[in-house]
Structure formats: C-alpha cells, structure tokens
Ligand binder design. Structure first.
Ligand code: AMP
Ligand code: GLY
Length: 423
C-alpha cells in the first residue's frame, strides 16, 4: 500500500514513522513534509492551504490512502475533494470539521446534545460584548470563533481587558476573519486532558489519553502556544473515567453529528478540563493533536493503517488499538521568540547522536535538511520523545537527549510531566 500524509509538523513526522512500521505499507509520501520527515518518506511539494495543490500532489503519487494531519485542509474540504474523486482519505468532511473550525458551531452543537461544556455567549458587536460581559464572573475567557493557530484564546482578568480583546478580535486586528464572531466563556479550573478517539461515523475507539503543556514557560506561565510538550500514561485516567468520556462525550458527539447529517469520520480530539464537578469540553479538534500524537503513537503497538481503514469502512471497534504499558513523554524544542515572532534558519547541532539514544525518537516539526545539515524553519522545531518503564525514566531519557541538542535561541520547558512524576 502507498500512503500519503498531508502536513509538515511533528505530528506528521510521528504519523509517517508509525505508518511505515505497518507490514502492509510499501511506500510513504508526505506533502510537503520537513527535513526530518524526508529521511523517512518521499516528500512531495504542496501547499496545505490549497486544495488544488493537494489534489495535484495526490495525482502524482497515487496513494491508496491519504491521512490528513492539520485542521486547515480539513476545514477547506480536502476529504470531500478526494472522496469525490474516489480516493480514500482519513479525516472528517468540511461540514464535520466545523466542530473545530467554528467555536460557535461547537458550542451550539454541545448545547443541542447536552454535552458538558462551560457557559458561553456568542457576540458579533461591541454592544453585544458589553451586554454579555455583565453576565460573567472573572476571569472570563475570550475566544475567536474561527481557526487562529493557537492565538484565538485569551483569559482576561478584568472586564476592561476582556472587552478590549474582544473588540480587537471583532475588528479583525487580532486574528483576521477568525475573529468576526467572538465567544465569551466561563473560565474553568482543573487539569486539562486530551482525549482522542477514532470514529467511523457511528462507533468510536479511544486512544490513550494525554496531557498537553500549552503555556510557553515552566510552571504554566507565559503565553499560550501550540503545545510545548505532552505525556501519556496508562493511569492518566482510569478505565471508569475512560468509559464515562466515551459514553457522555465522544459517542454523543458522533451520534449527534450523524443525526444532523454530518457523519464524523476520522480522529475526534476532545480537549477537556477535569473540573471538581466533572469533565467539561473546552474544544474539539478534528485531527490528531500536536504534540500529543508523538507520545501517543510511541505507545501504540498495533497497526495504525488497519485502524484507519476500519474507520473508513464503518467497522471501528474498541479493540482496534493495542498499547504498550510504558509511559511516553515529548519535550518540544522551540525557536527563539516562539510563540511570538521567531528566528529561523539556525543550524541544529547534535541530531546524529540524539538519533542513537535508546527508547528515544526525535520528531522533526520545523526543520529543513540541506547538504547534510539540519536548519530550523518553524516556531516548534523538534519533539524529543521517549518511552520507558516508568514516567520518571521516560522524562529522564527525553531530557538527557535534549541536553545534547542545540541551536541558537533554542528554548524548552524543563517541567514536562514533572507534576505527574511527583505524584
Ligand atoms: P481552546 O483553543 O478552546 O482549547 O483554548 C486554548 C486553551 O485555553 C485551552 O487549552 C485552555 O488552556 C484555555 N481555555 C480555553 N477555554 C477555557 C475555559 N473555558 N476555561 C479555562 N481555560 C480555558
Ligand atoms: N496540542 C493541541 C492541539 O493539537 O491543538
């Protein structure tokens, strides 16, 4: 089988790495890929913002299956385009991807289907914001409706701040079109959890849960990022909680989407806050998480291609995934300035040695490879991912490898999974 992975980040590197392990796969392509991915797959130039370009890439490589990594092509309808041509593509349709692409859609959908989530108000004008803010306690969460690459959420400590951010979003100043509607939301407290399932439109099979570290600095301080690290263990949630999340969140979402004529096929990522009164949905993503996918796939022992085919063919079952009991952790190495304006084109040192560390895989997120040298090209550059018998050992392994890698301006969090190791 020939497989095409769409995307160019750490998540896509992990997908390529895992898909290549399948005995059923003869060749993996990646469009457009990155410096690290190109060592393991044949990279095909493509622009993920252009359906035309993605169709052309698939026409060139004629894959038996396409796996879509990022949300943007999904929300543009890449799966619809491919399916129309009789090509198999793993991921939700454009209509189903609205669960991620519009926060208003997601909130109204959850309300219709009684899925636990924070109280909210949708606003389209400064007057509506002023009026709605009167009904919220502080802090209050201000969210742009559309896709904003992690920059669309602000937790405001005062009503003046909330109002200023919301008005900037509405005016297009902050996140462009994505802010033409703004969602105000009650601020929830608790541990965050990334709970992902694979769905065939009716049934769901859960993946191992993970925790993502969204803030840039140690101790959950600094600005929000796409994710600075993640870990996954067997006991991050117990079996009872897993069943509850399937029964009260994942399955009702998939059933609700079907009942509204938008069958949801692919990965459904439920971003949850585990509050004192129970789990609440913060957001849905219509794809694998980044960096959660790196530790999750490092723990996966069964065939990923077969699980994806089961989703496309309507035969997903709870036993589709077999897991290693070993915990895994991913530490993201980011460019100077990230998540703001960052520096790129820096020479990366130490990758050859890092590639030899046992139980460790360095996934590339933003790199290029020229004349035998890797250079940084993105905000998130590498995801050093390790697996071991205990979470503590996995953390040690990951950071030991991190210490041998360097590029100008490199920064990373030193406390990924630390709280879980301590407890
Ligand atoms: P979202 O894109 O909606 O997941 O928001 C990004 C991040 O903002 C989340 O991962 C949380 O850390 C935070 N966040 C979003 N909504 C809330 C909320 N209602 N209460 C507290 N934190 C939130
Ligand atoms: N790590 C969060 C996300 O993939 O959206």
């Amino acid at each position: 089988m020939k497989i095409l992975v769409i995307g160019s980040g750490g998540r896509e590197h992990a997908l390529v790495w895992k898909l290549r392990q399948s005995s059923r796969v003869s060749q993996v392509y990646c469009a457009p890929g990155n410096g690290g991915i190109c060592q393991e797959a044949e990279c095909v130039p493509a622009d993920v913002k252009s359906l035309e370009s993605l169709v052309a890439a698939a026409q060139r490589v004629q894959p038996d299956l396409t796996v879509v990594g990022p949300e943007l092509p999904l929300s543009l309808g890449v799966v619809d385009e491919f399916t129309k041509r009789g090509w198999r593509a793993f991921g939700p349709t454009r209509a189903a991807a609205q669960l991620e692409a519009s926060k208003t859609f997601a909130k109204e959908f959850m309300q219709r289907h009684r899925i636990p989530t924070a109280h909210y108000a949708v606003c389209t004008s400064p007057a509506e914001i002023k009026d709605a803010l009167g009904h919220f306690h502080l802090p209050v969460v201000v969210k742009a409706d559309g896709l904003a690459a992690g920059k669309g959420v602000v937790i405001a400590k005062t009503k003046d701040e909330a109002s200023a951010v919301a008005v900037d979003m509405l005016s297009g100043k902050l996140v462009g079109e994505a802010g033409s509607r703004v969602v105000l939301e009650e601020c929830l407290q608790g541990e965050e959890l990334s709970f992902l399932v694979v769905s065939d439109g009716e049934r769901v099979a859960p993946l191992m849960a993970a925790q993502d570290y969204k803030r840039a600095e140690d101790g959950d301080t600094g600005p929000n990022t796409g994710g600075m690290g993640a870990y996954s263990t067997d006991d991050i949630i117990d079996a009872k909680m897993r069943d509850w999340l399937v029964a009260h969140i994942a399955r009702p979402v998939v059933e609700g989407m079907k009942s509204e004529g938008m069958e949801y096929r692919g990965v459904l990522y439920c971003g949850l806050m585990m509050t004192a009164t129970g789990p609440m949905v913060l957001e849905f993503n219509c794809r694998f998480g980044d960096p959660e996918t790196q530790p999750i796939l490092m723990r996966l022992e069964s065939d990923l291609v077969s699980a994806m085919e089961a989703a496309l063919e309507g035969r997903v079952s709870d036993g589709d995934f077999k897991w290693s009991p070993q915990p895994a952790v991913c530490v993201v190495l980011a460019s100077g300035g990230y998540p703001g304006t960052f520096t790129a084109g820096k020479k990366i040192l130490g990758l050859e040695r890092a590639g030899q560390a046992s139980g460790v895989k360095v996934f590339h997120a933003g790199t290029s490879f020229q004349d035998g040298v890797y250079y940084s090209t993105g905000g998130r550059v590498l995801g050093v991912t390790a697996r071991a018998d205990t979470l503590g050992e996995a953390v040690q392994r990951a950071y030991a490898t991190v210490s041998g890698i360097g590029f100008e301006g490199m920064h990373y969090r030193t406390d990924i999974a630390a709280r879980a190791v301590r407890s």
